[in-house]
Design a protein around this ligand. Structure first.
Ligand SMILES: NC(=O)c1ccc[n+]([C@@H]2O[C@H](COP(=O)([O-])OP(=O)(O)OC[C@H]3O[C@@H](n4cnc5c(N)ncnc54)[C@H](OP(=O)(O)O)[C@@H]3O)[C@@H](O)[C@H]2O)c1
Length: 335
């Protein structure tokens, strides 16, 4: 893994330094004034592309002003985040437009990922699933235009069912790849039966899926299966929308409110003074080698500054302690 470094713009990116230095903190109990960002990078499948261990999930940007979002995306890039995840679905394409505008200047330095498959109805009342080749080819052109780029680094099918015309869908992605409009493709899916089909039939290089201490379904078999095929996992939901960090406990998947509270307590206990709880929750998913990046729904600079400074990886005992705090759940459907 390589490290890229930036310290409040005092140092150039990729300044070679091996020791994390934290002087002061703006978080309770930590030093303040200077932050040291040492972003680590991992391989994205077999592509040779290096992606930051923390990826920026752009869906959470929807509530901010355009200026706030552009500033935040610039700040994120300055910490060494090079992976940005959006979708044509988010804010009816506006999310891609903002991401394209914000990252245009540094397009060559970033790995731009977007998604396709959810077609907005012409009256704007909602969207319908459309994995057909003809639609994907057309939607890709729209995404390229909104993103102000001539290629998408990772184009992902935004869902998928076992009843889809899978070969037709794959043909679309392969054609876009040949045309140079996309570099690689993947799927975003939590359905083991769909994931297995794409592993068998296509050249996907990644699968985006929900994975966290509260959603350990991928641990049953899918993470290991993808690792065996050198297909990277892009883990979303590592913070369980904040439930593992600072949100009041409530039911989540098949976990009761009490179980969620217990998992959040374990995260806090394991964090100690070494890490922010959000960093511990992220380190939990990064512990599996199939995971290339944890795609975090960062909404403001406070959250960005919490998750990006250098942190200590979880020790085996800490992983065990976290896992003992919560039952491992399993996929009940689409197995
Ligand atoms: N099917 C799919 O492909 C799919 C589905 C969902 C998401 N995604 C992608 O994955 C990304 C992340 O998913 P997600 O938003 O569901 O999961 P998440 O990262 O677990 O949750 C995001 C929420 O966590 C809170 N948060 C962020 N940073 C925090 C921090 N440092 N401390 C405490 N709370 C923090 C924010 O809540 P507040 O806003 O309340 O502060 C934010 O909206 C999305 O942005 C999107 O790009 C893809």
């Amino acid at each position: 893994m390589k490290a890229g470094v930036l310290e409040n713009n005092l140092f150039e990116r990729n300044f070679p330094i091996s020791l994390p230095i934290v002087i002061g903190t703006s978080f309770p109990g930590r030093p303040h004034s200077l932050y040291l960002y040492i972003m680590h990078y991992r391989s994205l499948g077999t592509t040779g592309i290096q992606v930051s261990e923390i990826g920026f999930g752009c869906m959470s940007l929807s509530t901010n002003s355009e200026k706030e979002n552009i500033d935040l995306l610039h700040q994120a890039a300055a910490t060494g985040i090079n992976y940005f995840d959006t979708a044509d679905l988010y804010d009816k394409g506006m999310n891609e437009t903002i991401v394209g505008k914000a990252l245009k200047e540094i397009r060559h330095k970033i790995v731009l990922a977007t998604k396709v498959g959810n077609q907005w109805r012409s009256d704007g009342s909602g969207w319908d699933w459309n994995p057909r080749k003809e639609y994907i080819l057309k939607a890709a052109e729209e995404s390229l235009r909104r993103l102000q780029t001539d290629h998408i680094d990772l184009y992902q099918l935004h869902g998928g069912t076992i009843d889809d015309p899978i070969d037709d869908t794959i043909e679309a992605f392969e054609q876009l790849k040949k045309q140079g409009k996309i570099r690689h493709y993947g799927i975003s899916s939590i359905r083991p039966n769909v994931i297995r089909e794409y592993i068998k039939r296509s050249s996907v290089i990644s699968v985006m899926m929900q994975y966290s201490l509260l959603d350990r379904r991928p641990e049953e078999s899918i993470l290991d299966l993808l690792q065996q095929h050198t297909i990277s996992v892009l883990a979303r939901g590592a913070l369980a929308q904040g439930l593992l960090v600072n949100k009041p406990a409530k039911e989540y998947l098949d976990h009761s409110k009490e179980e969620v509270a217990r998992a959040a307590k374990a995260i806090a206990a394991v964090s100690g003074t070494y890490r922010e709880p959000s960093q511990t929750a992220i380190q939990y998913v990064l512990n599996h080698p199939a995971v290339a990046s944890a795609i975090v729904g960062i909404r403001n600079s406070k959250q960005l500054k919490e998750v990006t400074p250098e942190t200590v990886a979880l020790q085996k005992e800490e992983i065990k302690l976290l896992q003992r705090s919560i039952r491992a759940n399993r996929y009940e459907q689409h197995r």
